[in-house]
Structures are given as C-alpha cells and as structure tokens.
Design a protein around this ligand. Structure first.
Ligand SMILES: [Fe+2]
Length: 282
C-alpha cells in the first residue's frame, strides 16, 4: 500500500519547481493526483525521474489531470487514444519537424488560448544542448520596475503571428513577419492576469513574434515589449533543465514561460510532448 508523505515532494531553489518521487508507470491514486496538483500550484512545475513510460502510460498521466489537446505536430501514434502526444525526434525518422534543432524563444504554448499545462517526456537526449528553461512569471511581475508596471496597467497584447485573416489559428509558413501588427487581426490577452487556481497575479506575454500592445503607437508598443522580454530574460527568474533520459516535466503554461536551447543537429534527441488543455485539478 502506498502512503502519501511529505518526503515525496522536494522543492527546488527559490521554491521554483519541485521533484516528485512517484512512479508514473502505475495509475495515480486520487491522493497522488492531489499531491501532484498541489505541488504544481505551489512550485509552478514538477519533475519526475525514471519516467520510462509507454505511450499509453503517458496518455494516462495527461488524462489523469484533464483533457489532452489534439496537437498540430506529428502524432506519436496513429491510434486515436494517443492523439495529442507529439513526438519531437530525429532518431527514427531521421528528421525533426519544422522547428528543427534551433533555439526557441520564450513563449507560452498556444498562447492565444493557453493550455493549462505542458508535458515533456524525454526518451533520448543529447549530452550537450537542448535544455528547456522555465521563467517564473509571478516573480517577473512582482519584480517589474515601477515604470514598466505602470506602462502595462490595464493593457492587452494582441497576438497575431498564428492567425489567418479570418481568425483561425494556424502557423504561418516560417513564422513570416506580417505588415502592420497594429492593424492586423488577432486575439488580445491581458498582460497582467490572475491565476485561475492560486489567485496570484502573473505577467502574461504569450509570444514576442508579431505581438502588439493595444492602444499604443507601434514604436511605443515595440519598445515596451522589448523591455518586458528583456526583464523576463534575466536568469534570476529562470530554471534551466538539462535533460536526462526518461524524465517528465509538467509545467504551468501561464505562470511560466518556457524556451529551448539549440543543440547539435547531428545529436540524437527524442521527446514526447503533450499538454493538459483543460483541467479541474490543475
Ligand atoms: Fe512550447
């Protein structure tokens, strides 16, 4: 019989992130789900070691917390029950997806309608590079210099880079810059948001590409966004994860932004990526 104790959750430096010692190859009990959800809210992301999971086990983990997204990347399986798990790899099919091996800038997943949580599960990882970093957006807001805080009060960022003119989500080929971000269609999100579960405020930026702070002249919007991203880019807000094989990271997709370091294009790398789209627990 498994007994829940406090020793299974180990917070990381600054209480940003925690290690959770629970075997994910077994179905989670209700008590374990609550423990994980509690750590997720308290520390913003949780890391599981020795998470050498089958796709069915990974799908079960996601579904233990909510609904999976259908995903737009390559599905890890043609079987519907695993829809929503994307495979990011160059081991079996010899080629990465459109995002390749390059660095990915700070963002939140599906930032125009953010998913509750992101799930990354490593299978094969390079010795060097490919790290995933997370930024603490509660602290980023708390420690925003007063002039910047005043500049964002009541403001919204319009996110445009992934929308077709009719408002349908869809990634433009190559993430092409568009003309006139202040005039183009998109969906606006509040820059200061309140977490649906913790009730704490956080800075919500979404994605830098073709973002626009509504109501400002374009130049002012650009310099405000640059200043906000430079603020978030300070390492004091970050945790940088160097992957070992068979680790699973579950991160709060709104109270954290994330980014990925580049890695050698010839290095083997395989991760499964999924999301908890909507959740009653997280
Ligand atoms: Fe992402």
């Amino acid at each position: 019989m498994t007994v829940a104790t406090h020793t299974r959750i180990t917070p990381r430096f600054n209480n940003f992130g925690a290690d959770v010692d629970i075997d994910l190859s077994q179905p989670l009990s209700e008590a374990e789900k609550r423990e994980i959800a509690d750590a997720f809210h308290r520390y913003q992301f949780v890391i599981f070691r020795e998470a050498d999971l089958t796709l069915a086990q990974l799908a079960a983990f996601v579904e233990a917390f909510g609904t999976a997204d259908q995903g737009r990347g390559r599905l890890a399986s043609d079987v519907n029950e695993y829809a929503g798990i994307r495979v990011v790899e160059n081991v079996e099919k010899g080629k990465f997806g459109p995002r390749g091996n390059s660095e990915l800038a700070w963002h939140s997943d599906r930032f125009f309608d953010p998913v509750v949580a992101g799930v990354l599960n490593s299978v094969v990882v390079p010795e060097v590079g490919g790290d995933t970093s997370l930024a603490d957006m509660y602290r980023a807001l708390d420690e925003l210099p007063p002039p910047l805080r005043r500049a964002i009060e009541g403001r919204k960022i319009k996110q445009d880079c992934v929308f077709a003119p009719d408002g349908t989500p869809g990634i433009r080929p190559g993430g092409m810059p568009i003309a006139g971000v202040d005039r183009s269609p998109g969906i606006a999100t509040d820059i200061v948001q309140t977490h649906r579960y913790t009730g704490k405020q956080f800075l919500y930026l979404g994605n830098r590409l073709n973002a626009y702070v509504e109501g400002l002249p374009l130049e002012e919007s650009e310099s405000l966004l640059d200043a906000l991203y430079a603020h978030v880019d300070q390492t004091t807000f970050h945790y940088r994860h160097h992957w070992a094989p068979h680790e699973l990271v579950l991160y709060d997709n709104q109270a954290c932004m994330h980014r990925r370091e580049s890695f050698d294009v010839n290095a083997d790398r395989k991760l499964y990526a999924s999301v908890v789209d909507k959740s009653d627990l997280l």
